[in-house]
Design a protein around this ligand. Sequence first.
Ligand code: CO
Length: 216
Amino acid sequence: MPDKYQNLLDGNMKWVENTMKFSPDFFKKLAEGQHPEFLWIGCSDSRVPAEEITNTLPGSIFVQRNIANMVVHTDTNLLSVVYYAVKVLKVKHIIVCGHYGCGGVLAAMTNNNFGFLDNWLLNIKDVYRIHCKELDAIKDEKTRGERFVELNVLEQVNNLAKVSFIQEEWENGEFPYIHGWVYHIDDGVIHNLELTTNSAKKLNPVYRYESNKVKK
Ligand code: CO
């Protein structure tokens, strides 16, 4: 029975062959363990695969993806990934990568009912509420959607900075740096939003945790 899913398995065998041709030790080395320097928090959108668009190989990036690259503090899946990346893998950089034309972000901008998805989209609507003055002032819908994508990345960078175990890392050193990027689906280029941070200083004081270190 011809089925497209078989193409995936055939594709895998081709990929193994090609990889072995160029780097016979590739899988042997990977099997020894992972030491990625990057954690990627991206959108589940099939057009934004972390490794391909950054021209990196397996082993380079620890990845978490969900609809609209959200950092939700009740999401134990995401927080476990972040915790492992920061505390065990000791990644040096966390990248929140949004993308223009993000279906999740654009859906959150509407008043349409998306059923169960509405519960997730509420987190994105909260971002709209924080920035509604700026966003409401943008009359062109496409431009407003693009700015919303950028502001959503900004708020997810902030949400990471609000995590107490990340603040704890910053007490002990400079890492991890948190970055905010937006990917252009129409030309493949990543736009750096220059949001890089490794401190909680820019957050409202209510989000800054006191040190648990014993004062000498
Ligand atoms: Co998206």
